[in-house]
Write a protein that binds this ligand. Structure first.
Ligand code: NCD
Ligand code: ZN
Length: 330
């Protein structure tokens, strides 16, 4: 049994910089034709100059691979001149609430104080990508943030807003409520709940923001993905951290999945008799929603087992050492 995918896209990835970039960018390029690159470096990618520098670093790390990095800027109080200068180089601007996740200290403190920037982005057709969590109780952060999504979607009806890495049934239902909301979802949030993170022995390699939620949330996400809901895209949120930042007190948030996403998804869609919807979920929806035309790449998967490596350099992937039923045909 095999399945062939045309130009898979990962619409939310962390490539980092320096040695980590050199390690992980080629791993994404093995199976993907492109992806949306997150700007939460230290310092953040929040100027056109820094964006062009980062793009150069990524191109160097990709070493000619047929992978299109769709760049993002880190949201701040940009002027209209800055937005106009950035537009040709970016797919959107990523908003982090201050302190919500890894390297987000310089994020936004008060959403409505940025209305003039949202209005300019709407006017210039620049999508807004959002890490949607409040500072409330950890399990309620995304649900509480849905009020902010409603506010943004109604106040700026022509602003295209991507709810990044959704983890709740509440966020899934927003997709059908507002024309200008779409979302990414990670493979791990389709497969795990909080029980997998802390229900037994604690697993730091499954700890990420937003934290995995309840079985009913996972079920809502899974059903939307399996039917390739037209406003839902694969975004792995593959977020590498070195082993010593994960297996320690104060474990960093982030799950590394870049090299195993497609086998994980093929298995998941196969088990639910939904392989016919995988192409839309991993590429077609993103192409349509963002109007992108990635390089032509054909990736073939087969139902033959692979064992997930214990590590990639200093990074431990999700489910290291586990054998899964599908693999990419090299
Ligand atoms: C991401 C990271 O490590 O940069 N971590 C995570 O848990 N997902 C940041 C993010 O997307 O929240
Ligand atoms: Zn992320």
């Amino acid at each position: 049994m095999t399945i062939t995918l045309s130009s898979p896209l990962d619409m939310h990835i962390h490539f980092r910089q320096d040695a980590m970039l050199d390690l992980v960018a080629p791993l994404s390029a093995l199976h993907f034709a492109g992806g949306v690159i997150m700007p939460n470096l230290i310092p953040p990618v929040n100027s056109v100059d820094r964006l062009l520098w980062y793009r150069g670093e990524i191109d160097r790390a990709l070493a000619g691979a047929a992978f299109e990095p769709y760049m993002t800027l880190f949201f701040r109080d940009y002027s209209e001149e800055e937005l106009i200068a950035a537009k040709p180089h970016i797919i959107g601007i990523k908003l982090y609430p201050a302190g919500a996740t890894t390297n987000s200290d310089s994020g936004v403190r008060e959403i409505t104080a940025m209305n003039h920037v949202f209005a300019m982005m709407e006017h210039h057709g620049i999508p807004l990508l959002v890490h949607g969590e409040t500072h409330g109780f950890v399990m309620d952060r995304e649900r509480e943030f849905c009020e902010v999504y409603r506010y943004l979607a109604t106040t700026f009806p022509r602003l295209q807003i991507t709810m990044e890495h959704i983890t709740t049934a509440d966020a899934v239902s927003l997709l059908d409520e507002f024309e200008n909301l779409r979302a990414t979802v990670t493979p791990h949030h389709l497969m795990i709940t909080l029980d997998d993170v802390v229900g037994g022995l604690m697993n730091p390699h499954l700890f990420c923001k937003p934290i995995a939620k309840r079985p009913e949330d996972r079920e809502a996400l899974l059903q939307a993905a399996l039917r390739a809901h037209p406003k839902l895209m694969l975004g792995s949120d593959s977020a590498p951290h070195p082993l010593d930042k994960k297996e320690c007190p104060g474990c960093a948030a982030g799950v590394f999945t870049a090299p195993i996403q497609l086998p994980l998804l093929a298995d998941l869609f196969d088990r639910h008799d939904s392989l016919h919807n995988l192409q839309a979920f991993v590429s077609d929806n993103a192409r349509r929603l963002y109007g992108v035309q990635p390089p032509e790449r054909i990736v073939t998967l087969e139902r033959s087992p692979m064992t997930i490596p214990d590590s990639y350099g200093p990074v431990v992937p999700m489910w290291a050492g586990r054998t899964i039923p599908w693999s990419v045909v090299s």
